[in-house]
Design a protein around this ligand. Structure first.
Ligand SMILES: [Zn+2]
Length: 90
């Protein structure tokens, strides 16, 4: 349980470079993250492989990674990791 909360916490506060390393606490697969600013704002972290998911409501401020990567991302994607690396190397 503690581990699961940690993943949800990290998804809320992670920078673009760190969010790519988040994995599912249950099956260690890549996670789908989606932030929505509609209404109170919400961040959902879900695993496409197993039924694990966490939805945090009342997220009024977008997590840091949203600015760089967009509101909907998949962690561990080579494309995404490459993107943040290229930016860092500048
Ligand atoms: Zn999973």
């Amino acid at each position: 349980m503690e581990k699961e909360n940690r993943v949800a916490d990290m998804a809320l506060t992670a920078q673009a470079a760190d969010v790519a390393s988040l994995i599912c606490p249950k099956c260690h697969g890549n996670l789908k993250l989606q932030y929505t600013s509609i209404g109170k704002g919400a961040l959902s972290v879900m695993c496409p492989t197993c039924p694990w998911r966490v939805v945090t409501d009342g997220v009024r401020e977008a997590p840091p990674w949203v600015k760089e990567l967009g509101q909907k991302i998949m962690t561990g994607e080579p494309e995404m990791v490459g993107k943040s690396k290229a930016k860092r190397g500048r």
